[in-house]
Design a protein around this ligand. Sequence first.
Ligand SMILES: NC(=O)c1ccc[n+]([C@@H]2O[C@H](COP(=O)([O-])OP(=O)(O)OC[C@H]3O[C@@H](n4cnc5c(N)ncnc54)[C@H](O)[C@@H]3O)[C@@H](O)[C@H]2O)c1
Length: 329
Amino acid sequence: MPKPKVLVTGGAGYIGSHTCKQLAAQGYSPIVYDNLVYGNKDAVKWGPLIIGELEDQARITRVFEEHKIESVLHFAAFAYVGESVENPEKYYRNNVGGTLSLLGSMRAAAVSKIIFSSTCATYGIPDVVPISVEHPQRPINPYGRSKLVIEQVLKDYADAYGMRACVLRYFNAAGADPELELGEMHEPETHLIPNVISAMRGELTHLDVYGSDYDTRDGSCIRDYIHVTDLANAHVLALENIENLANFTVYNLGNGQGHSVFEIIHMVEQISGKKVPYKLAGRRAGDPPVLVADAQEACDKLAWEPEYHQLKDIVGTALAWAARADRSC
Ligand SMILES: NC(=O)c1ccc[n+]([C@@H]2O[C@H](COP(=O)([O-])OP(=O)(O)OC[C@H]3O[C@@H](n4cnc5c(N)ncnc54)[C@H](O)[C@@H]3O)[C@@H](O)[C@H]2O)c1
């Protein structure tokens, strides 16, 4: 029997496109809905691409009905922290407003299941690490606040309308599809690993290391890097299990291990055999020294087991993707 069709908002983006590949591998038919503001149409390879805005409620309702969609994986959002500080309206309109519109379409078409891309940015500066899902959420920028508001909306919709919402709070997505059919292509790129690689390749003059005097093992910030294919697999598991979970559930997705900025630089140098030019820059306001996930609940309840948990695999796939002569998908 064919598996149900799923709508993947933001499926032309980095994590959404990798998730479509894993969905298709498990027999799902992913239908991508993306406005291509940041996504890449060549990354949509495992089903149709519908180019449209989240805000177009009537259109999405029609898409649900025409394709007989039963579940939504909701990746579409703006995700640049600095931009969100300068232009919060853009973030609340797109992330919160767009999600409200999507939820309206879901209700109109009686689609009740949604898996939502949230973030460790909803925690703000943590009191303790590793960070569990019970940790208080005190986001320190409009991007993080927009995601927290959506989480709260989903909880209210689950209580009031019987929706089933599974919230996945990712830590730092990284790496590329090991078969190199996909990879990270953000423009502008703000993520550390692709920027370290660009500095190594001479595409940037140097890498700025923001803060080298933190109370960490080498003074630089520590983050939990989770391979994008492992994130993608967690979505498939959430989809498979959503009927058996409570109406509203939250999981952290990370490896539970932290790596510093200097450790990333050294790993890129070790694998590539080339130096990474870098300069020490000041701390950035609001950068927590350490963000590491306690993702045990996702492992226990979803039977999720990150496969590419070693830093050399995460950095190695990112390097292999960057080395492709033709970086289009
Ligand atoms: N990349 C990370 O490390 C990370 C960490 C935590 C959470 N997240 C969240 O995961 C999701 C995916 O992140 P990503 O890195 O793949 O981002 P991305 O920018 O690569 O993908 C997002 C996609 O959404 C689309 N989009 C945005 N607004 C839209 C709208 N109004 N209508 C239709 N399409 C729209 C963009 O065109 C893009 O293709 C985002 O919600 C992000 O907040 C990402």
